[in-house]
Design a protein around this ligand. Structure first.
Ligand SMILES: [Zn+2]
Length: 75
């Protein structure tokens, strides 16, 4: 199979990054998507910052949700 690397996101743009970062968190994108995202982040300082803030926001969210589920305490 020698397609063009099967790139689903050949050209990631700034407005795509948050969606991709979020999808990456949920495990909803494949390696090609991750690579395209990483490639864009390498080139784009703004998106690096955005990704950091986004990640932090998600961590805070996770914490909140963890606390909430803590309460019912069941696996
Ligand atoms: Zn960007």
């Amino acid at each position: 199979m020698d397609k063009a690397d099967g790139q689903e996101f050949p050209d990631v743009q700034c407005r795509d990054t948050t969606r991709l970062v979020s999808a990456a968190r949920d495990g909803e994108i494949d390696e090609a998507g991750l690579r395209a995202l990483a490639a864009h982040l390498q080139d784009c300082e703004r998106c690096q910052l955005a990704k950091q803030q986004f990640t932090r926001m998600f961590e805070a969210l996770d914490e909140l949700l963890a606390r909430r589920t803590d309460h019912s305490g069941g696996a």
